[in-house]
Design a binder for this molecule. Sequence first.
Ligand code: F6P
Length: 549
Amino acid sequence: MMSNNTNARHEAWDVVRRAHASLGPATLRTLFDQHSNRFETFSRTGADILFDFSKQRLDTKALKALIDLSRASDVEWARDQMVSGAAINITENRAVRHMALRASPTDPAFADVADDVDAVREAMLAFAEGVRSGKVAAADDGPLKHVINIGIGGSDLGPQLAVQALQPDNDGPAVHFVSNVDGAHIADTLAKCEPARTLVLVASKSFATLETLRNAKTARAWLVNACGEEAVADHFAALSTNLEAVAAFGIRSDRTFGFWDWVGGRYSLWSVIGLPVAIAIGPEKFRELLSGAAAMDAHFLNAPLGENLPVLAALVGIWNRNIEGHAALGILPYDQRLQRLPAYVQQLDMESNGKSVALDGSALETVSGPIVWGEPGTNAQHAFFQMLHQGATIVPCDFLVAADSRETEALYEPHHKALVANCLAQSEALALGETTDEARARMEAAGMATAEIERLGPHKTFPGNRPSSTLLYPALTPALLGQLLAFYEHKVFVQGVIWGINSFDQWGVQLGKLLADELTPMLSTDEIDPDRNGSTNGLLQAVRHMRNR
Ligand code: F6P
């Protein structure tokens, strides 16, 4: 998915590099001193999200060059290609149309799939409502009080994030998530559930994922052991594109909710993969989540490049990664309920853009996707912020914070003020730092002895000049969560287009899966494969020695 605009693209990259050269060593401090309107110049609003990138080390010349780069990279054309249903996932020959899952049924752009999408969504939401109301009952006709979603990657991260994020909207059965093949995960979860009151959702686009099938078989055995084989029909449902494999597993067809190969795993929250969310928050709130994402889609599809939040966030990321040379991106939600957002964006970004090969198979000319990591603030402040402020490696960060908490009781009011203050304080400290003289002055004001001030001065100096963006939103509602996730989806898409890679495949996860298939039987024998490397063989032998069963 790239037009033949190579010369224009190369020239646009050169202009960005020249803008960087003319910015020189200007620090964020200098940039703020020189430009009193920096916040107004470098912040934009899209849907309900304010995106402040004034704490990024760039100026108006650089921003213009970056916007021109997105134009020269044919971002608008690529966006239209995605909407049109062209097979832009060229290595798997698939279209990429997750936007259709949240579009209005009358949107002409997705008219070709709207009826199917609507029918499946309505069936899924009716089932969710049935579970919530008790109409969809357990084998003994009693209520289903626990739901276990068994899935991994895109079949786990989005729904789990959404259920946690929308806790104030959760008024359905308790929803649990099992992903890891480590038996500890399912064992700990099953221990919290009563088989006769539990619905198991097997969520797998391919219905071929080792972890999910292993966990699903274990859950099935647990249920059959307690309630008998005939209970499976009432206690299992499946979310998948592979209807044959679901039927072979023994899940009823009217409990099987399908989707399409044009929905990538990490973009599938909006499909039937969202069923655990709909069960937790109900169909109406689930629709609000979808409309929030649709509002961000409309912004992404219609706002000019220089006003477009996902485009601007992508360009800031390109600037940091390719021009400033920063290898990582910190995702720091000052919002406890977004505790899984770093993991979600990690998959979205790293599985999409963690690649070194261009669309035509040639080696990429630039570096691509960053290392994405993070934790919620303020917890992260007491863990790795030391390194962010004074470490030798600069990590650009995204701060996220709500203007209002959903804890409306006066009892909790001081919490939110402290949360917001900490969020703003951290990005300010990262950007502006504190010189040794300022640190000394602060110590003098605190009455410290001169010798001590001299000794501690270097330790208390903050270099600053560490870039970050802040996403501010009114409150973490279903609609807002939809906007936020769609924002990151489109940001990652735009970066993939500019880097000229296929953001929609994930071949890099395959080799390890194949090798694990080879090694699994070797854990049940004493054999050694003489053609295998010494380290793996040595570790295999050591496992056999150490285990006592
Ligand atoms: O291994 C990577 C991956 O294919 C992800 O892209 C996907 O989200 C996850 O595994 C789960 O896949 P499935 O939904 O097919 O079980």
